[in-house]
Ligand binder design. Structure first.
Ligand code: FDA
Length: 320
């Protein structure tokens, strides 16, 4: 995949912007909040709930962070005004984490306070290894302050993840709320797994670990071996619908789970899970910076280019 993936990244970067835009339309809800709200209203009929991501991440000065603080406030207002079943996904570096961590804490705290007023949960997306610990530290510090409407993402790719699950569950108890994913950033082999099967195996173990520790597990994957493993794990623990306490799941507190998928990816599987009674959540990215965002994702992980090419030329492998 390596060379082919990199080749596809090169090809994609040479494509005219309008062509990339036509492909991105499937994965990005639009340039502005109104477009994202329209997409969510349309998808509500599929039984899914949402997590909203304002596109953009590492910033070069704190003024740029203010844009995200303000825009996420507008997102909160839109969730309430449109009665959407949605929470937020934010990137701590967009709030200034790599520039001034104290300012980033303040920005994130302010957002959490505003979100808590409407009982809205905020997920800190996990970025690359430079901010793994500091992202987890923000979650722990906010819980200590009594702001419990926040959780993080852990990446099965990283060797440290099993210890992180133990430690977060120990410190937060029933408030521990994870998104577990493979990890999109290709990290160095000294700190991470690099092969497909070992990452899948680790992810499956981490899902079991979270369920056994009584944490809330957002399983973020479109990969069938992971989805099937989760269904078995739920069944073995008698957590399958209709046995699971779905109301508890809705609040994202205590033992529970949901399946999370990206907008435009494997909707057929998501809809099937939803019909079977599982809670499903769609990740809804929107924003002006969709092009830069898409290109950065390609640089970080050329596999993404292959997924996109596959979904264009072999659409049956990846239904909307
Ligand atoms: P895999 O890559 O094997 O994909 C399985 C199939 O799904 C593919 O064959 C293809 O059909 C389809 N597919 C997957 N990704 C696709 C894409 N981008 N475009 C088109 N088709 C695609 N990572 C991270 O480091 N930090 C984070 O905070 C998050 N957050 C996050 C939220 C949500 C809701 C999801 C679904 C994923 C993330 N990720 C993430 C990304 C995650 O770590 C991982 O890189 C991708 O989900 C791809 O891995 P899969 O397990 O889906 O399998």
């Amino acid at each position: 995949m390596g060379i082919l993936g990199r080749f596809m990244v090169g090809v994609t970067k040479c494509m005219p912007r309008f062509f990339v835009a036509s492909v991105a339309r499937r994965y990005v809800a639009g340039k502005d909040l109104n477009s994202a709200v329209k997409v969510m209203k349309k998808l509500s009929s599929e039984g899914a709930c949402f997590t909203i991501d304002v596109l953009g991440e590492e910033i070069s000065n704190l003024q740029e962070a203010q844009f995200f603080v303000d825009e996420y406030d507008r997102v909160l207002d839109a969730i309430v005004a449109n009665k959407l079943d949605a929470n937020l996904s934010i990137k701590p570096t967009a709030f200034g984490l790599l520039i001034d961590s104290k300012a980033a804490y303040k920005n994130i705290e302010r957002l959490l306070v505003n979100a808590a007023e409407h009982d809205i949960f905020v997920r800190l997306d996990m970025e690359d290894h430079r901010v793994t610990q500091s992202t987890i530290d923000i979650v722990l510090a906010m819980h200590e302050k009594g702001l419990k409407n926040v959780g993080t993402v852990l990446q099965a790719r990283l060797f440290r993840t099993s210890d992180d699950i133990d430690s977060i569950c120990e410190q937060l108890g029933a408030d521990a709320d994870f998104r577990i994913c493979k990890g999109v950033y290709l990290e160095h082999e000294s700190i991470s797994r690099t092969g497909y099967q070992e990452i899948v195996d680790a992810m499956n173990l981490h899902i079991d670990q979270i369920l056994d520790k009584g944490g809330y597990a957002g399983i973020a994957s479109h990969d069938m071996p992971i989805i099937n493993h989760t269904l078995d794990a739920l069944s073995n623990r008698k957590m399958n619908p209709p046995h699971s306490d779905l109301e508890k799941c809705r609040n994202g507190k205590g033992p529970g789970y949901e399946f999370q998928m990206l907008l435009g990816v494997r909707g057929n599987i998501r809809r099937k899970l939803s019909k079977e009674g599982h809670r499903t959540r769609i990740y809804i990215p929107y924003g002006e910076r969709w092009y830069e965002y898409s290109m950065r994702r390609l640089d970080e992980n050329p596999d993404v280019a292959m997924h996109i090419v596959k979904s264009i030329f072999m659409p049956w492998t990846n239904r909307r």
